[in-house]
Design a protein around this ligand. Sequence first.
Ligand code: ZN
Ligand code: ZN
Length: 260
Amino acid sequence: MIDTHAHMNLAEYEDDRGETLERARAAGVRGIVNIGIDEATSRECLDLAGKGAGDLYATVGLHPNSAAGAGDLNWIEALTDHPRVVGVGETGLDFYRDRATPVEQERAFDRQIEIARRKELTLIVHVREAEERVLSMLEAVEGVLGVWHCFSGTLDHARRALDLGLFLGIGGPVTFKRSDRRELLAQIPRDRVVLETDCPFLAPHPHRGRRNEPAYLRLIRESVAESWGVSEEEVDRLTDSAATALFRRDLASSAESSGG
Ligand SMILES: [Zn+2]
Ligand SMILES: [Zn+2]
């Protein structure tokens, strides 16, 4: 399993980050992508990837909730040269919160789309109450390789995203008792789905409301297997190969070759 969206750099793991990563490995998580949300956290993700075992990667970017007064975002471009950087973001639009205006958010999103395309990196897209606008911005450019993380849209949104070549990130909500995500998932091509925890947020059932961690990816995999009517091994095979296509590299390979 690859956890394609985690925030293991955050202070929630200050006291037990090493043990948490060990639990992830023991649970079968072979690669973790830590996602930057601003300049400071993007640098933290890079530090972690540099120090950790071969299975930690980073993305660099600015979250839409932090887009107020963003400036030129040249720092993102500069940080993408690091060899452990596999993506730009998380970026996107979040109209649920108003910490940054829509104009500020769109400007930051636009700039990150441009950097991701030019540097041939994967775009990590966060969407909350802004599905139409995100889709129309992405439909206006050609050829963006990216993931709509923690996909919460409708089947129609999913189809439009898939038409654009996007992958869909499936996380903790798919395990919730009343979730409609399992039904939706059953109708989505199996080669376009990747797993994610978004930890420390969005812990799956039965840990809902508490701190999430990459080891809980097993619970998400279980719900995906149920929804598709396949074995958990088959979910591993499908989602690992989707993650390799999404990031244009096998994120589990370096962990394997280092014997970890
Ligand atoms: Zn997000
Ligand atoms: Zn996130």
